[in-house]
Design a protein around this ligand. Sequence first.
Ligand code: HEM
Ligand SMILES: *[C@@H]1O[C@H](CO)[C@@H](O)[C@H](O)[C@H]1NC(C)=O
Ligand SMILES: *[C@@H]1O[C@H](CO)[C@@H](O)[C@H](O)[C@H]1NC(C)=O
Ligand SMILES: *[C@@H]1O[C@H](CO)[C@@H](O)[C@H](O)[C@H]1NC(C)=O
Ligand SMILES: *[C@@H]1O[C@H](CO)[C@@H](O)[C@H](O)[C@H]1NC(C)=O
Ligand SMILES: *[C@@H]1O[C@H](CO)[C@@H](O)[C@H](O)[C@H]1NC(C)=O
Ligand SMILES: *[C@@H]1O[C@H](CO)[C@@H](O)[C@H](O)[C@H]1NC(C)=O
Ligand SMILES: *[C@@H]1O[C@H](CO)[C@@H](O)[C@H](O)[C@H]1NC(C)=O
Ligand SMILES: *[C@@H]1O[C@H](CO)[C@@H](O)[C@H](O)[C@H]1NC(C)=O
Ligand SMILES: *[C@@H]1O[C@H](CO)[C@@H](O)[C@H](O)[C@H]1NC(C)=O
Ligand SMILES: *[C@@H]1O[C@H](CO)[C@@H](O)[C@H](O)[C@H]1NC(C)=O
Ligand SMILES: *[C@@H]1O[C@H](CO)[C@@H](O)[C@H](O)[C@H]1NC(C)=O
Ligand SMILES: *[C@@H]1O[C@H](CO)[C@@H](O)[C@H](O)[C@H]1NC(C)=O
Length: 357
Amino acid sequence: MGFTGVRMGAVWGAIFVVLGTISVSRAQLSPTFYNQTCPNVTAIVSSVIQSAFQTDIRIGASLIRLHFHDCFVQGCDASLLLNNSATIVSEQSAPANNNSIRGLDVVNNIKTALESACPNTVSCADILAIAANVSVALASGQGWTVQLGRRDSLTANLSLATSNIPSPFFTLAQLKQNFSFQGLDTTDLVTLSGAHTFGRAQCRVFDNRLYNFNNTGNPDPTLNTTLLATLRQLCPQSEVGANTNLTNLDLTTPNIFDNKYYSNLQQNDGLLNSDQVLFSTSGADTIAIVNNFSANQTAFFEAFATSMIKMGNINPLTGSQGEIRTQCNLVNGASSSSGLIMGGGVESQADDLVSSI
Ligand code: HEM
Ligand SMILES: *[C@@H]1O[C@H](CO)[C@@H](O)[C@H](O)[C@H]1NC(C)=O
Ligand SMILES: *[C@@H]1O[C@H](CO)[C@@H](O)[C@H](O)[C@H]1NC(C)=O
Ligand SMILES: *[C@@H]1O[C@H](CO)[C@@H](O)[C@H](O)[C@H]1NC(C)=O
Ligand SMILES: *[C@@H]1O[C@H](CO)[C@@H](O)[C@H](O)[C@H]1NC(C)=O
Ligand SMILES: *[C@@H]1O[C@H](CO)[C@@H](O)[C@H](O)[C@H]1NC(C)=O
Ligand SMILES: *[C@@H]1O[C@H](CO)[C@@H](O)[C@H](O)[C@H]1NC(C)=O
Ligand SMILES: *[C@@H]1O[C@H](CO)[C@@H](O)[C@H](O)[C@H]1NC(C)=O
Ligand SMILES: *[C@@H]1O[C@H](CO)[C@@H](O)[C@H](O)[C@H]1NC(C)=O
Ligand SMILES: *[C@@H]1O[C@H](CO)[C@@H](O)[C@H](O)[C@H]1NC(C)=O
Ligand SMILES: *[C@@H]1O[C@H](CO)[C@@H](O)[C@H](O)[C@H]1NC(C)=O
Ligand SMILES: *[C@@H]1O[C@H](CO)[C@@H](O)[C@H](O)[C@H]1NC(C)=O
Ligand SMILES: *[C@@H]1O[C@H](CO)[C@@H](O)[C@H](O)[C@H]1NC(C)=O
C-alpha cells in the first residue's frame, strides 16, 4: 500500500482513503477541528449572524450563497472574499457576484469576533461553511455535521468565477454540466437548488421569462400565469435585463427553510428558469427527485445535509497550504489601499420587501 504525499502539516486530521486496490492519501476535514483551539467557534458565528438577522431577515440566505460561490471557484478557500489588491483580481466583479452577493460585512464582523476570541485560528473559508449551517438552522431548517479545517487561499480567479458559477438562464443540461465539473451529481443539483427556499432575486435574473421568452414573443410557458401577472407588475418590460427590483425566490414561505421550493416547482411557480427546468424539462431524471422532496421534507433535509457536506469538500486547502487570513478581504501582509481602484457598490441592495415578510 503506497501511502505517499501527506505533508507534516496535514497530518492533523489526515485519513487514508483506500478504494479497492487504489490507495490515496489526502488531508481530511473534521467536525472537531477547532475543539481545542476555538471550542466556542459555532456560538460566536451564530451570535454575530443572529444580531445581523434582527435587522436583515435575508442575511442567512445571502450567507449560504457566499459559501456556494466560494466553493465553485478553485474550491472552498474563501477566494471569493478577496478584494482587488496589488496581487489579486477580485472574483466579486464576476457576473454572478457583481451587484448581487451580500453579507460580506457580516463575514468581516464574524472574523473580528473570532480574532478576538481565538487569534489566527479560524479560516474565512470555514466561517462561510459554519455560517451556511447556522443560517439554515436560523430559518427553521436542519443543520448538518459541518466539516472544518479549510485554509484560506493566497489567490482568486475571476475567470473561473465567470465560467464555473452556473447562470439562471441555463438549460438543465448546462446546469448538470457545471455541477458535474465540481464532482456534484444530479441529486446534488436538485437538492442544493432547494436553497432557493429562501432569499431574494432581482428582476434582471428572471425577467427574460416574462415577455419575450427565447424570442417567442410570449412568456415562458412553464411560468404559472398567476405568478406571471405579479412579476410583470414588479418587472416592467421597459426594464428587462437591467431591473434590480427584488422578489422572493420562494413565493410560498419566503423566509423559511423548508421543502416548499419543490411544491412550487410542481405548480410552475419556480422563479428562475434554472429552478423551473428541474421539473419542467421533458422526461428529465430530476422530476422524480423534485416529487420526492416535495412529498417528504425529511428526505429533502437529509439530502441537503449530504450535498452541503459534499459541496463543502470541494478542493479545500488543508494542512500547511494557504493561510489563516486575519482579514477575510486581504491576504496576510497585503495592503488594502489598492482595493480602491475597484470602486464601491459590489453588494446588492438591502431587502426592500418589507411588506412580504
Ligand atoms: C443551480 C444553479 C444555481 C443558479 C443558476 C443560481 C442562481 C441564483 C440567482 C440568479 C440568484 C439571485 C441573485 C440576484 O438576483 O442578485 C440566486 C440567489 C440565491 N441563491 Fe442561487 N443559484 C444556484 C444554486 C444555488 C445553490 C447551490 C445555493 C446554495 C446552496 C444557492 C443559494 C442561493 C440563495 C440562498 C439565494 C438568495 C440570496 C439572497 O437573498 O441574498 N443557489 N441564485
Ligand atoms: C468536540 O466538541 C463538541 C462540541 O463541544 C463535542 O460534542 C465533541 O464531543 C468534541 N469532540 C471531541 C473529539 O473532543
Ligand atoms: C461563546 O460565545 C457566545 C457568543 O459570543 C458567548 O455568549 C458565550 O459566553 C461564549 N462562551 C464561552 C464559554 O466563552
Ligand atoms: C459591476 O457593477 C458596477 C456598478 O454597476 C459597474 O460599474 C461595473 O462595471 C461592474 N463590473 C463588472 C466587471 O461588470
Ligand atoms: C450546525 O447546525 C446544527 C443544527 O443547528 C448545530 O447543532 C451545530 O452545532 C452546527 N454546527 C456548526 C459547526 O455550525
Ligand atoms: C485561473 O484558472 C485558470 C484555469 O485553471 C488558469 O489557467 C489561470 O491561470 C488562473 N488565473 C489566475 C489569475 O490564477
Ligand atoms: C458551465 O456551463 C456552461 C454552459 O454549458 C459552459 O459554457 C461552461 O464551460 C461550464 N463550466 C464548467 C466549469 O462546467
Ligand atoms: C429556444 O429556441 C431554440 C431555437 O428556436 C430551441 O431550439 C430551444 O429549444 C428553445 N428553448 C426553450 C427553452 O424553449
Ligand atoms: C419596481 O417595482 C415597482 C412595483 O413594486 C414598480 O412600480 C417599479 O416600476 C419597478 N421599478 C423598476 C425600475 O422597474
Ligand atoms: C398556478 O398556480 C395556481 C395557484 O396560484 C394553481 O392553482 C395552479 O394549478 C397553477 N398552475 C399550474 C399550471 O401549475
Ligand atoms: C421520507 O424520507 C425519509 C428519509 O429518506 C424516509 O425515512 C421516510 O420513510 C420517508 N417517508 C415517506 C412517507 O416516504
Ligand atoms: C427520496 O430522497 C431520500 C433522501 O435522499 C432517498 O433516501 C430516497 O431514496 C428518495 N426516495 C425516492 C422514492 O426517490
Ligand atoms: C474590501 O472592499 C469593500 C468594498 O467593496 C470594503 O468595504 C472593505 O473595507 C474592503 N476590505 C479591506 C480590508 O480593504
